[in-house]
Design a protein around this ligand. Structure first.
Ligand code: BG6
Ligand code: MG
Length: 225
C-alpha cells in the first residue's frame, strides 16, 4: 500500500449532509419529491448531473433552458456555500485526522479525489490541506465518477501504480470509480449502499493505518493466488 486516495464529502467531513440539505431546499422550491434514498444516487456526481437527475425525477427535464439550469445550480451552490462557511476543524469525521497523521508519518502518499469544486475551500476550513500531497483538480477531469479518471489521476499525481492504492468512498459511484481504477475500495456506509467495495466500515472511526494495511495485504495475497 503506497497511497490512500480519499473522497471528501461524507468521508473526511459530513458535508454530504449539507449537499443533501441544499438540494432538498431547491427540490422543495421546484415541487419535486426529494428524500435520503434518492439522494444516494447524487453522491459523488457533479452539480450539473445532480440537477439533471432531480429535474428528471420531477418530470421537468424539458421545462428549463440551459440558462435556467445554470441559475438553479448556482442557487443550490449558494445555499451549500452558506452551510459550509461554518465548517471548522471540529467537523473532521472521527478517525480521519489520526489516519492522515499515521499515513503521513509512514510516508504513504495522500491524495484527494473529490468531485466538488468546493473541495479546496473545505480542506482549508478543516485545516487539513497540509496533509495532502495531491488534490486532484476536478475542473481538469473529463469524466466524473463512476468513471475511474479522477482516482487514476490521483495515483498518477502521486507517482504510484493504481494497484498499490487504496480508495475510500461513501458513494456508490465512487466505489465503482475506485474498482474501475483497479484499486482496493473501502466503503463508508452500509453494505447495501457500498456494493462492490472490498471492505465496508460503518464509521470512519474504524479506519487506521494498521487496519487498512491488514485488509490490503489480504486482498493482494488473494489476488496473487
Ligand atoms: C461530491 C458530492 O463530492 O461533489 C456530490 O458527493 C456533489 O454530492 C459533488 O454534487 C459536486 O460538488 P460541488 O461542491 O462542486 O457542487
Ligand atoms: Mg462522498
Amino acid at each position: 500500500m503506497k497511497a490512500v486516495i480519499f473522497d471528501l464529502d461524507g468521508v473526511i467531513t459530513d458535508t454530504a449532509e449539507y449537499h443533501f440539505q441544499a438540494w432538498g431546499s431547491l427540490a422543495a422550491a421546484l415541487g419535486i419529491p426529494f428524500d435520503r434514498e434518492f439522494n444516494e444516487q447524487l453522491k459523488g456526481i457533479s452539480r450539473t448531473e445532480s440537477l439533471d437527475k432531480i429535474l428528471a425525477r420531477g418530470n421537468l427535464s424539458e421545462a428549463y433552458t440551459d440558462e435556467d439550469k445554470q441559475e438553479l445550480a448556482t442557487r443550490k451552490n449558494a445555499e451549500y456555500q452558506r452551510l459550509i462557511s461554518a465548517v471548522t476543524p471540529s467537523d473532521v469525521l472521527p478517525g480521519i485526522k489520526s489516519l492522515l497523521t499515521e499515513l503521513h508519518d509512514a510516508g504513504i502518499g495522500i491524495a484527494l479525489a473529490s468531485a466538488s469544486k468546493n473541495a479546496a475551500f473545505i480542506l482549508d476550513r478543516l485545516e487539513l490541506t497540509r496533509y495532502f500531497d495531491s488534490v486532484v483538480d476536478v475542473t481538469a477531469i473529463r469524466h466524473g465518477k463512476p468513471d475511474p479518471e479522477i482516482f487514476l489521476t490521483g495515483a498518477a499525481n502521486l507517482g504510484v501504480q493504481p494497484a498499490d492504492c487504496v480508495g475510500i468512498e461513501d458513494a456508490q459511484a465512487g466505489i465503482q470509480a475506485i474498482k474501475g481504477a483497479g484499486m482496493f475500495a473501502v466503503g463508508v456506509g452500509t453494505p447495501s449502499q457500498m456494493q462492490g467495495a472490498d471492505i465496508v466500515v460503518a464509521s470512519t472511526a474504524e479506519l487506521s493505518l494498521s487496519m487498512l494495511e491488514e485488509h490490503f495485504c489480504e486482498f493482494t495475497k488473494r489476488g496473487s493466488l
